[in-house]
Write a protein that binds this ligand. Sequence first.
Ligand code: CA
Length: 157
Amino acid sequence: ERGKLLISLMYSKITSTLHLKVIRGCQLLPMDFGQTSDPYCKIVLFPLNDTNTKWNFKTSVKKHTLQPEFHEEFIFQNVQLNELISKTLQITVFDKDMGKKDDYIGGFQLGQIASGDDLRHWLLMVKSPEHWIDMWHKLKPEQYSSPLRQRDSQTSR
Ligand code: CA
């Protein structure tokens, strides 16, 4: 068990933007001495389209907690409704460490490639533009490869 993350999603047809609110985490896995962690989230939407828009973000780091309260909103610009079907939103949670590599806590992917609530949340968002939809997501142990590196290899072909 790696914990859960509460997020809210909203797609706006009016502005062609995808909105993500990272709200809070709970029962995160302790990675530090004293049964605690310093969690933050990395967020990326991929594959990128050709608009040169920034589609990767990080939340702030919440010190010494397994129940972080983030309440941070991220906006992905230039996302067309018909593109959503082929996009994946990847959210991964890390424990910030000083002087060594940050520890991976867990993550999940939303989109057509997902299943269960990870798929359901994405489809609800696509079906209900201009409405915020909240859902808890279970953090999974598998560590996903960096889609940004995949993108680099695609552009060099
Ligand atoms: Ca730490």
